[in-house]
Design a protein. Structure first.
Lengths: 380, 204
């Protein structure tokens, strides 16, 4: 699929701008802090699933009450008009071909994208939070309806943490507080188990795609993905079994949680471990890339994960998501740059930013758009 | 900033829920231009609502008497109590004309983020309504928990269920289902999943 035209109103630093985008590679140029990344972010927001860079209220130009995006999306033989109104605190609204949809996430069935920026490049060496977010975004990307599950989970966790913070210190003095905690425990276990099962399912789906991409760039070796959890039994994907495992783990952690006044076990502490078997020793055991791989190899893993995500979404939905690359090339060595360039050439539509377009070394650029102080113009 | 009384009005209006500074200013100027009678009627209505409307002694619904219209009505089925979060929920349920029992307004839902715990709700008052009394009321046989279908409403429902279980009263929860008139394909999995769990038989 591709986005053919995009119009922005009061989105980030754009007051009122519009641009066409071509099939193939679209290069966004301009100096730093002109709004290049904001344009990629706008394309990403067309899925109705929010921004990869922060909460909705940051998307609205300061002084404005709402941001609006309009786009013409080409999806196979279909042309779809997408309108999204971002209204922080009042709920976003979306139209498909002029008809209101019950939730903006319905747009994800029409318009999807994979965002890859500097944060994603450090996916392997970065914090567990980044890897959890990557996985949860993929859960929602594959099955947009699960956005509700994710939001419900986050709300329950916040509520439970707020309760733990307010629990009276003296023991036995608070039968009501304990009974209330048990209620939140039950919610945490039920929804936490559902979320974990969804993550495991998606991780298993992603693994072969990421492995294939890794092998292609590393010229051998094997990438494996594992879910690391202090409470979920390895290999257990059944929701009911996960729920009772989380229940026992909570029971065990009760004293410590009351002491520390924060939730200590559950999916919010889990992680994705990227394991590598080196090309030189195919019979060797898989080792944690975070600890044992070079920075270059870690980046290769990150690229493999993100391109694997793109492949998985393409196969699962029958349409390639738009690939959004935010200043990624400049961070890569020439060999990886060439490889990524080759991968990009096979994608229906890529939008990428660069502060130094001359150093890019990729062919077949369909369109060059210059961003200067929140204004867009064709630069070809 | 405007001169004295006008700015006071804007400040007061912007304390209201859902009204930002811009809307407050718009409303204030609207009132300024409105006929004096209209403005006086609004002021009177505000004073009277605080003066005359109070909470029902039994169920904590809003009322202009000691007991609300439902608690006063002898035709209502006193063996069923429907527990809701706020008085407007009663209005919504009454509109269905499907319910003939009594109500109990909890005055909120459990939400630790907002500092609301069970003790801040009218839960002990609900409990005392379930205990057998000397009055010639029939005993309550069923409590329908009609809290909102969200994280806080669910937690409140679960808390109530655990609390009421030992009393031998039947406890039911409103089925959370699919919106009528909505497309099944747009229903989220949580809603759809719960609708499946709460499915009912169509065969005799
Ligand atoms: Zn009453």
């Amino acid at each position: 699929m591709r986005v053919a035209t995009l119009a922005l109103e009061d989105f980030r630093n754009f007051v009122r701008q519009q641009t066409g985008l071509g099939a193939g590679i679209n290069l966004i140029v301009g100096r730093n802090a002109q709004g290049k990344t904001n344009l990629l972010e706008a394309v990403h927001c067309l899925s109705g699933l929010g921004s990869p860079r922060g909460p909705d209220h940051m998307l609205v130009r300061s002084g404005a009450e709402r941001a609006v995006l309009h786009a013409d999306v080409v999806r196979g033989p279909r042309h779809v008009r997408v309108d999204l109104e971002i209204r922080p605190g009042r709920g976003n609204r979306a139209l498909l071909n002029g008809n209101p949809v019950p939730s903006p996430r319905a747009l994800a069935e029409v318009c999807s994208s994979v965002f890859f920026g500097p944060d994603e490049l450090s996916l392997v060496k970065g914090s567990p939070e980044g890897r959890r977010r990557f996985l949860d975004d993929l859960v929602v990307g594959l099955r947009p309806a699960r956005e509700t599950l994710r939001r419900e989970w986050e709300r329950i966790l916040r509520q439970r943490n707020a309760l733990l913070r307010s629990m009276p210190r003296e023991r036995g003095a608070a039968a009501t507080a304990t009974a209330t905690l048990e209620v939140w425990d039950e919610a945490l276990c039920r929804v936490g188990a559902e979320l974990t099962a969804a993550r495991l399912e998606v991780l298993a789906e992603l693994a072969p795609y990421a492995a294939k991409r890794y092998e292609a760039v590393a010229g051998g070796g094997r990438l494996e993905l594992a879910y690391a959890s202090t409470w979920a039994p390895a290999g257990e994907g059944n929701v009911a079994a996960l729920q009772s495992a989380l229940q026992s783990a909570l029971q065990e952690a009760r004293e410590r949680e009351l002491e520390r006044r924060v939730s200590l076990v559950g999916p919010q502490r889990d992680d994705v471990v990227v394991m590598l078997v080196s090309a030189g020793d195919p019979a060797g055991e898989a080792r944690d890339a975070r600890a044992y791989a070079s920075q270059g190899d870690q980046r290769t893993c990150a690229l493999a994960l993100k391109l694997g995500e793109h492949d998985l979404l393409s196969d699962a939905t029958g349409e390639q998501p738009v690939l959004l690359l935010d200043d990624v090339f400049s961070e890569l060595d020439p060999a990886r740059r060439r490889w990524l360039g080759g991968a990009v050439a096979a994608v229906d539509q890529t939008v990428l930013t660069s502060a130094e377009p001359d150093a890019l070394d990729i062919g077949g650029v369909a369109r060059v758009i210059e961003v200067r102080a929140g204004e867009l113009r064709d630069a070809q | 900033m405007f001169a004295g009384p006008l700015q006071d009005l804007i400040d007061e209006l912007s304390k209201l829920p859902g009204i930002g500074p811009k809307s407050a200013q718009r409303v204030a100027f609207h009132l300024l231009k409105a006929p004096a009678d209209d403005a006086a009627a609004l002021a009177r209505a505000i004073v009277e609502v605080k003066d005359k409307v109070r909470l029902c002694r039994t169920c904590f619904n809003v009322s202009d008497q000691e007991l609300c219209e439902y608690c006063r009505d002898p035709r209502r089925d006193a063996t069923v109590i429907c527990a809701v979060q706020e008085p407007p929920d009663i209005v919504a349920i009454e509109r269905t004309r499907e319910y003939r029992g009594l109500y109990h307004v909890l005055q909120g839902a459990i939400s630790p983020i907002e500092g609301v715990g069970p003790d801040d709700l009218r839960i002990s008052e609900l409990l005392s309504r379930l205990r057998p009394t000397a009055e010639d009321r029939p005993p309550v046989e069923e409590v329908i928990v009609a809290t909102s279908p969200n994280v806080e409403g669910d937690a409140t429902a679960l808390y109530l269920a655990r609390l009421l279980q030992p009393l031998g009263v039947k406890i039911t929860r409103l089925a959370s289902g699919l919106p009528v008139g909505g497309d099944l394909e747009y229903a989220d999995e949580v809603t759809l999943g719960r609708a499946l769990v709460g499915r009912r038989s169509l065969s005799a």
